[in-house]
Design a protein around this ligand. Structure first.
Ligand SMILES: [Zn+2]
Length: 292
């Protein structure tokens, strides 16, 4: 089944909610980047959060970036999403290996201490950006903390990635539930009680729950209304032309030294790991286009 995001409201718009199934897009990321299981889990959680947060933005040209700068062996993660369900991302060290912690992939250990940066480029002069300290490095808790402190929106975030025995992605998904400032106490009490008793996201996914079913559990008794459904996918907009522009921007001196080496070069896109080759003759063309 294809990945998708559902957007919903509950309790007569006192709550807004998002849920997503992301199994295919996380598996695409794993295949593109050859990520280890713990790196797949970390990247998969951030991609899942990113694709949902992207769908919170209004305009088709808005771009959301989630960036983790951290001291742990994964070295950092970057995810970029738009408002139409397209997301891409990478980790700095895709082959990080760690022993499991309490029988689970040690995502918190892979990230270690650090910061979460949230950057929203909405076509304004300055992009919005917020930075918070990582709380656990498990990503869902870090985003909950970000929403509470940086955006002042009380939220509950659940993210999960489950692996098959062969380390491919078995299932991935998550939810974000946010309460509006005018929320009534009894609605809040009910939501908190629901969150106490629900299964973990990974358990829900493992039991085959769809995004709609996840929201029905989290928002039980709160009159969930699904407002729309958006397909989600791992998508990178890189192209040979874009890489050419990047090479041109490094300047004549560096292009000349590549030409002097006399070998074709290969440039890989950070986000999707696609390799682009440039022969010496092509580099000569780019050299002429370089301004300095
Ligand atoms: Zn790419």
């Amino acid at each position: 089944m294809s990945d998708y995001i559902v957007r919903a409201t509950a309790a007569n718009t006192q709550i807004r909610a998002f849920a997503a199934s992301t199994t295919n897009l996380v598996e695409t990321a794993r295949r593109n980047h050859f990520t280890s299981p713990v790196a797949t889990a970390a990247l998969g959680r951030l991609l899942t959060a990113g694709v949902m947060m992207g769908s919170m933005m209004k305009n088709p040209t808005d771009v959301l970036t989630l960036q983790v700068q951290c001291g742990g062996p994964i070295g950092g993660l970057t995810v970029t999403a738009d408002s139409r369900g397209q997301v891409k991302g990478y980790v700095n060290n895709p082959d990080v290996m760690l022993p499991p912690k309490n029988g689970k992939l040690d995502v918190g250990g892979a990230l270690g201490p650090g910061f979460l940066n949230v950057i929203k480029d909405m076509g304004l002069k300055e992009p919005y950006s917020g930075q918070t300290m990582l709380q656990t490095g498990e990503i869902a808790e870090d985003l909950t903390y970000y929403f509470a402190t940086s955006e002042q929106v009380p939220s509950s975030v659940g993210l999960g990635v489950l692996m098959e025995k062969d380390n491919t992605v078995r299932c991935a998904g998550g939810f974000i539930v946010q309460v509006m400032p005018f929320v009534e106490d009894d609605v809040l009490d009910r939501l908190e009680a629901n969150i106490q008793k629900i299964q973990s996201v990974t358990a829900m996914l493992d039991n085959g729950h769809t995004p709609e079913e996840m929201l029905n559990q989290v928002l039980e008794g709160l009159n969930v209304e699904i407002t729309d459904t958006i397909p989600a996918e791992f998508y990178c907009n890189c192209s040979k032309e874009r890489i050419e522009k990047a090479i041109i921007s490094i300047g004549k001196k560096d292009i000349q030294s590549m030409i002097d080496d006399g070998e074709p070069i290969e440039v890989k896109c950070h986000f999707c790991n696609t390799a682009y080759q440039f022969g010496v003759d092509e580099l000569n063309v780019l050299l002429k286009k370089a301004a300095r």
